[in-house]
Structures are given as structure tokens and as C-alpha cells.
Design a protein around this ligand. Structure first.
Ligand code: ADP
Ligand code: MG
Length: 351
């Protein structure tokens, strides 16, 4: 079952507030995200930006404070109790950074994969067959009788991925799955996700701060301060490439088709039309709390406003406005434009 729009995951204006004593932490502040069925995507962002909070909510491990969230047609704000237990057990698979959280150390790889199926009441025959298929899919058939302690960190993480798929979830969630392994091992883990995504058309969301992820997935969504901010889409196209030399008849070889991969970065607009202007752009142009929008043939130009620059240390916006204005008055008329403001902003940054 899918939601009306056909997405497997839909989050609208999702809010999560943690309360500790009198302190409120807004971990998600109106986050929008949709995920297509069969998509392999990643979520990146600085520590504390709300990635794990989002993943835990998607996994049914935590409850949002407000907003809307649907997974596979289920309204996660409405379901509770045994329906939520069923959701966690059957709809989603979860892989954590610490493999220990997914696995039982004294069981073999195969027994670990079978365990969730035992809990779900599957027959021994079905368990054996599906465990074998999953261990083959993560390329660990030859290690199925090994105890966890006899496997490397990367192999354990691949067992953890197989365990997460034991009850045939429609959505696989992984929180920093390569956080504790070296880069070569990370590569094998990412390629495992890719293979499973292809083999089972498995929708997969990987949270990571590993920048190499962009080359491994179809789409990377960046979260900043509890909201999605940018999105990078990987586009694969076929291009013609000239082939040197001649064939056996002395004719020039025809060009061959090769794959060309490119990345396009987009800024996300939320349903109310808000967007995040990247901090470095704001700093460079000394953009503070107001801008001017100009319509042009090319699109919309966001212009800094004189006197509404960033508050620098030790001076208020008003003081800064006055000092910027003084600078402006001193500048020769020709230099009073955009370029001079830009240069001044850069000078201020350097000093
Ligand atoms: P990330 O995974 O991107 O590092 P988190 O989702 O873990 O970020 O955290 C987002 C914010 O929410 C942080 O400020 C964090 O301190 C806070 N937070 C996360 N979990 C809890 C919790 N259980 N109780 C209180 N605050 C929390
Ligand atoms: Mg986290």
C-alpha cells in the first residue's frame, strides 16, 4: 500500500521537541521529506542536526510532537500500542552504528538472522531458506556458521543488515552504519546496500556523515537545524565517446556509449515557500535578517539590504548598520554598488 501520492515515506512539517526538566530542545523544526518506493538515499548533516531523531521516528522508536508522517500508507502519528509493535517488527528494518545493538554475540551469523523470524513465528523451513538467501545477498554464505566474534567489524555489520531484513521490511533504515569501520570496509558496506536495493527493490535510507556517500546513492538530502536544506541528485546519462583507431576495414571506429555521472544540487523549499540560504553565502554577502527579492528574467535574485547585515561580535545590528552606512558615505560613488559591499564583507571576515 502506498500513500495517495505513491511515496513510501512522507513527512510534512514534522516537529520533535524533547523536554528535559524545563529545557526544550527542538530536534526537528518542520521537516519535509518524501521518499520514492525503491529509492536508495542518504541523509547527511552536522552532529545534532536531527538525523537520528528523524530515523528513530521513521523506525517507530520515537513519536513526533507534531506534523504528519506516513510510511507505506500508515499514519505513524495515529498508530499506537500493538499496531506500533507490528509496524516496528514487520515494516522497517534498522541497522545501528554499533553492531552490538543488532546482534547476539554467542550465536552464529545464521542463527542471528533466524532469530527475528523465530520471534515472528516463521516455520523452521522458511527460516532456513530466507536466512540462506539473505546471507548470500550480503556475501557471507561461507561464514554462516561462524560466531559473531569470529567475524570482522565489516562482516558483522553485513550480518546486521541481513538481520534487519529477516522479517521482509519495506523500508531499511541505517544510522551511521559505517561510523566505526575503515574506509575500505565502508565501501563494502555501501555496496551491500546498493546490491540489496537492486535485488529486492528495497527502499533504503542511510544516515551518515561520510561525504563519500554521494557517489553511492541516488540522492543525498542534507539536514540543517532540524529541517531539510539541500538535496543532491545523482544523474546518470549515456554520452557518446569517440573511439581512436580504425576497424578491420580501415574505417574509423564508431563512437561508443559511455555512462556519464553528474550531480545537481538543489536548495529545498518547504511547503510554505521557505528556503535556507547557505551560511557561507550569507556571510560573504553580509546578509542578516532581511533581504530584497527581485524578479528577473533568469529567476529570483536575493539581494542583501544595506544596514541589515549580520551582527558581528561586540556590535549590535544597529551599530553595524551605522558603520556600514559611514563606509558607504565615504566610498566614491562608483563603488557604492553591490561589488563594494561584497568586498567590504569579505574584508570584515578576514580582519
Ligand atoms: P544527529 O543524529 O544529527 O547528531 P540527533 O537527532 O541525535 O542529531 O539530535 C538532535 C538534537 O536533539 C540534539 O540537540 C540532541 O541533543 C537532541 N536530542 C536527541 N535525542 C534526545 C533525547 N532523547 N532527549 C533530549 N534531547 C535529545
Ligand atoms: Mg545521530
Amino acid at each position: 500500500m502506498t500513500t495517495e501520492n505513491g511515496y513510501i515515506v512522507e513527512c510534512h512539517n514534522l516537529v520533535k521537541i524533547y523536554k528535559i526538566a524545563d529545557l526544550e530542545v527542538v530536534a526537528l523544526q518542520g521537516l519535509d521529506l518524501v521518499v520514492n518506493r525503491g529509492e536508495l538515499m542518504a541523509i547527511v548533516g552536522a552532529s545534532g542536526s536531527g538525523k537520528s531523531t528523524l530515523l528513530n521516528i521513521l523506525g517507530g522508536l520515537d513519536h513526533p510532537s507534531a506534523g504528519k508522517i506516513y510510511v507505506d500508507g500508515l499514519d505513524l502519528l495515529k498508530i499506537t500500542g500493538s499496531a506500533m509493535d507490528k509496524y516496528r517488527r514487520e515494516k522497517v528494518g534498522f541497522v545501528w552504528q554499533q553492531t552490538g545493538r543488532n546482534l547476539v554475540p554467542y550465536l552464529t551469523a545464521e542463527e542471528n538472522v533466524e532469530l527475528p523470524m523465530v520471534v515472528a513465528g516463521r516455520s523452521p523451513r522458511e527460516r532456513r531458506r530466507w536466512a540462506a538467501e539473505l546471507l548470500e545477498a550480503v556475501e557471507l554464505s561461507d561464514r554462516r556458521h561462524h560466531k559473531l566474534s569470529q567475524l570482522s567489524g565489516g562482516q558483522q555489520q553485513r550480518v546486521a543488515i541481513a538481520v534487519a531484513l529477516a522479517n521482509r521490511p519495506v523500508l531499511l533504515l541505517a544510522d551511521e552504519p559505517t561510523g566505526e569501520v575503515d574506509s575500505a570496509t565502508a565501501e563494502t558496506i555501501f555496496s551491500t546496500f546498493r546490491r540489496l536495493n537492486k535485488a529486492f527493490n528495497l527502499t533504503t535510507i542511510i544516515v551518515t556523515h561520510d561525504p563519500r556517500i554521494a557517489t553511492q546513492v541516488d540522492r543525498v538530502v542534507a539536514i540543517r537545524d532540524g529541517k531539510t536544506s539541500t538535496e543532491t541528485i545523482r544523474e546518470v546519462s549515456q554520452v557518446e565517446q569517440a573511439v581512436e583507431g580504425a576497424d578491420e576495414n580501415g574505417e574509423a571506429c564508431p563512437p561508443e556509449q559511455v555512462e556519464h555521472v553528474s550531480y545537481r544540487e538543489f536548495v529545498v523549499l518547504d511547503s510554505a515557500g521557505r528556503l535556507q540560504v547557505p551560511q557561507e553565502y550569507r556571510e560573504m554577502l553580509n546578509i542578516g535578517d532581511r533581504v530584497e527579492l527581485d524578479l528577473s528574467e533568469e529567476g529570483i535574485i536575493i539581494r542583501p539590504v544595506e544596514g541589515r547585515g549580520m551582527e558581528s561580535e561586540g556590535s549590535t545590528v544597529e551599530q553595524q548598520r551605522q558603520s556600514l552606512y559611514a563606509d558607504y558615505q565615504e566610498a566614491p560613488p562608483a563603488k557604492r554598488g553591490f561589488a563594494s559591499r561584497l568586498k567590504r564583507a569579505l574584508r570584515q571576515r578576514r580582519s
